[in-house]
Design a protein. Sequence first.
Length: 587
Amino acid sequence: MNQADTLIGIEKAEVGYREGYSNGHYNNHQKFSPAVPGLEWSQNQAWCETFQSWAFQQAQEKSLAPVTASCATAVNWYKSQGSFSYYPAIGALAFFGPGGGSHVGLVYKYDADNAYTIEGNTNANGSAEGNGVYLKTRPRRDGYLYGYGLPAFTEGVVTADPGLKGKAGFTYQATASSGAVGSPPTTPVEAALPWVSSNQLIWAAAHSVTEEKVTETGNSNPADDVALVQDALEKVMGVAPGDPHGVFEAETQQLYDRFRKEKLGYSGAEATGLPGTQSLVELGKRSELFNVRAGSTPALALPWIDMNQVVWAATHSAQEQEAQPAGSASAKADVTLVQEGLEKVMHTVVTDPTGIFEQATQSLYDDFRRTVLHFTEGDATGTPGEASLKELGQRSGLFQVRVGATPTGSPTSGTSVGLSGEIDPKEVTFNRYVNGGTLEEWITQGCSAAGVPATSSWISGFKTAAVREASGNPNVCNLWDSNAKTPHGFSEVHDFGDGQQRTGPPQKMNGTLAPFQCSRGIVQLIPQSFASQHVPGTSVNIYDPVASIAAAIGCLRNNHGVAADGSNLASKVQQFDPNRPRRGWAC
């Protein structure tokens, strides 16, 4: 079988594969990222291009395509090779969306009207955010279809491009089909399931939630292994553990014990306690979601950097940065880690002095946002933001990010205030709030949860902001402003709030998909801000008004310098001042 047919056969064998399913929805957890060296970091993210990189590696044809998780990067690679066309070809990659950067599929057949593709991370409706591998029919003249990358197959390329007629290495055919259509590949295809470390699982099961959450991010993070085990338990037992995804606690333990008793027939001490390698192997086999190996227990936690420290440094001169005292209160240590992260991810050297955030560091950070994260316009320039900083930490494997104090001597100096209960943004839920109560009751309870007195300043300020932001409705989801997007690394979510368009009254969404980053709730926080300021003991539901107000209080104190009694709230943040016109605010 020739190269194109082998590649197509490998991908056709995956048709019907579905990504992980947890907490009532698909979650972008799949087997392809861990099986492609260099793309392990892309787990839990959109994986249409990762699937293509995996297939070329399985076909042992790595030189025919770039190893990337980015459609835009792949488009640029084919263009740089002089092998990009606006006509289909057998074995070509079809790219979709603006500049081809939104989605990708492999062409196995084409005719005068359609290109027939194999696509990962799509669904029955054909959208770019999907749940598995499907065969799709794509109209060739659809504006969504951008163009085609043509791999340089040794047998030549069969294409509908009339400009390549008679050119060496190409065969022109107005209609063509792969010889692999309807038949399996002639050579066995490796299962390429991800590996779960039994040591990682045992460690997670034996440690607290707090210890699990501060463990090193990256390839040795036990959360990835725990998440796979939770997905497997849900698939085999038909029940989802209620623990947060990636955290091995009481409900995951109970469901694992049930699996050993009900499915494996274990009894007594064998059916309880820490996971054992033998039962873990059985769970992997029965779920067909992972293989099992031994492996080291988690390493030490990665260092934390403070986003506010980095933002402060990026907005102050080298002289002001140099004047900061050495030690934990200085921005220099955090900036140094950011510079090292940029050097590692961008494969270059920062020319600014170590620990000083100036022009060279800013330029390289902007380049990281444009070329790696594919941010555009205003999102790709200016001071570092929380989302891009966390992406840099994850991709470099050098640090984690929190929101806290600005440096000593800056206008809002001091240490982080409030109660630390930061959660992963992906743990935030979007369930309609139905428990009742009044706005003043919610504010009073939010103050109590956040550890501040429920003064008239807090009550007056939040009454003002809640009416301005959400008309006092805790379930409002803003679907139209600049926040209403799904950043790289996240997926759309099933939302049960009241969707607010630019005009007209809010409409209940009943679980329809909505962009992840929409502003939501009583004071319109985005999920990343709600998660970073989450107060322990409050709900992780962003529509819970008490949890949302408590998180907003932490934000106002940490990021805006508001006093514990709220006495300067109105003067610090105009949106909370009943005597001044409304003005948007940001957490």
